[in-house]
Design a protein around this ligand. Structure first.
Ligand SMILES: [Fe+2]
Ligand SMILES: [Fe+2]
Length: 437
């Protein structure tokens, strides 16, 4: 009998992906190793440069070597399927990720003809001991794209100008906006990229992630993506296997120069799968766990913001907007505003970037800019409400470019055709308008 989970990992028959739910107890669902497979640190001394490597190793990895400015990794027994891509780039660290095909079964029936279904393994290699402000080239053998050469640049010490891009709702399902927007971001080559959630239509479906990486793969070779959980991502295991993020990876923060970045988890925990029988007692227990999760996240946010009083800019990213101009979502956005809005204003957050509504909306409240990014794959939705705080709105598919300078940060919003939808300036926190809690 054909295992349902094997079908989940098929490549070519998308209609089958949605037919079968993820089945976490089956061995076939664990092509990505879980738990700690870390064999420990290696010290490789080349050209008087010592780099400490933590190598996550599975059967497919044959050897790994590193030299100053160059990293080469190879997989002799399996072929590249996703990546390579770079994650979590700091002053002295970065992580290289890729997935290989570790097994394949060909299935035929009266409806299918030699359909391949594949099992993947994830490879994650954290690099340590790098130099700040240095461009490194890395290569994974068997990588035919971009001549097999990728680069990343470590973060400089101290204050410096840099650029980041923001996209949202890249959930594919045949929408054509995703690729042209990504091509525009490739032309910019920002230092980092944020996706404010709904990266894929269903985070439990590997076919959706394959499509995501088909579109973004060339960009992510060189630009680290910081992912934000959206409701469509479902906090799925695959999400956490593909991305290496700071902290607990659900809500986290990090610094670059004098800028502080904060990522939140606005969907929060999901209940058990819908098709499982849930008793009232189990439902009540889950609800309590969910409330506890929110309490912990808000406490964490409070401590985190209070711990960075001198940040020149604070940028927050979360999937759901605090100000929605989509009528059916206004009530939910107000509830989120009650949860977070006072904290953002009290700590003079510079800007809050969100997604979910699939259109562009810029509001200013208490000195904080709330910027809802237009969809970058999910279809743009109409705008049917407004707020006194609204500065500009447009039902467009778009992305944002933010150039963080020493004296100001400038934001450009650009649509699929390359037209400027909006542009505005963000001032450093010390010079921003006074806030009210
Ligand atoms: Fe969405
Ligand atoms: Fe969403």
């Amino acid at each position: 009998m054909l295992c349902k989970c094997a079908i989940m990992f098929g490549r070519t028959h998308d209609r089958l992906f949605s037919t079968f739910p993820t089945h976490s107890s089956c061995r076939c669902v664990a092509p990505f190793p879980t738990g700690n497979h870390n064999p420990g640190p290696r010290n490789v001394n080349l050209n008087n440069e010592t780099l400490r490597l933590w190598v996550v190793r599975w059967s497919g990895i044959a050897w790994l070597a590193i030299a100053l400015g160059t990293v080469v990794a190879a997989s002799a027994q399996s072929r590249l399927a996703i990546g390579p891509y770079v994650q979590n780039v700091g002053k002295r660290n970065a992580t290289i990720c890729w997935a290989t095909v570790s097994g394949e079964v060909t299935v035929s029936s009266s409806e299918l003809t030699n359909a391949p279904f594949r099992e993947y393994q994830m490879h994650t290699v954290p690099l340590r001991g790098l130099k700040p402000a240095t461009t490194y080239t890395y290569t994974v053998t068997g990588d035919a794209g971009e001549d097999g050469r990728c680069t990343f640049t470590t973060v400089p010490e101290g204050e410096h100008a840099f650029t980041f891009a923001v996209i949202s709702d890249t959930q594919n399902r045949g929408n054509a906006a995703h690729r042209p927007l990504i091509e525009q971001i490739r032309a910019i080559q920002p230092d980092l990229l944020f996706n404010v959630g709904d990266l894929v239509a269903d985070g439990r479906n590997l076919g959706d992630w394959e499509e995501f990486f088909r579109v973004e793969g060339e960009l992510l070779r060189n630009v680290p993506l910081y992912a934000v959980l959206g409701n469509h991502d479902r906090a799925a295991t695959l999400y956490f296997q593909f991305f290496v993020l700071p902290g607990n990876e659900r809500y986290y923060s990090f610094n670059r120069g004098t800028t502080h970045f904060v990522v939140l988890d606005s969907p929060g925990p999901y209940p058990p799968e819908d098709n499982q029988a849930i008793t009232p007692a189990a439902r009540a227990w889950f609800q309590e766990q969910r409330e506890q999760y929110w309490r912990e996240q808000i406490q964490w946010l409070q401590d985190d913001l209070a711990g960075h009083p001198d940040a020149k800019y604070i940028f927050v990213f979360l999937h759901h907007p605090l100000y929605s101009v989509k009528r059916e979502r206004v009530k939910a956005s107000r509830a989120l505003c009650d949860r977070f809005g006072g904290l953002f204003q009290a700590h003079a957050v510079t800007a809050v970037f969100s997604g979910h509504d699939h259109h562009y909306h810029h509001a200013v409240a208490g000195g904080v800019h709330f910027v809802g990014g237009g969809a970058a794959g999910g279809k743009a939705r109409p705008i049917d409400d407004h707020h006194p705080e609204t500065v500009k709105s447009a039902s467009v598919e778009s992305f944002m470019r933010v150039e963080v300078g020493l004296n100001e940060a400038k934001v450009w919003v650009t649509d699929v055709a390359g037209n400027t939808v909006d542009e505005f300036v963000l001032m450093p926190r010390q010079e921003a308008a006074p806030t009210s809690p």
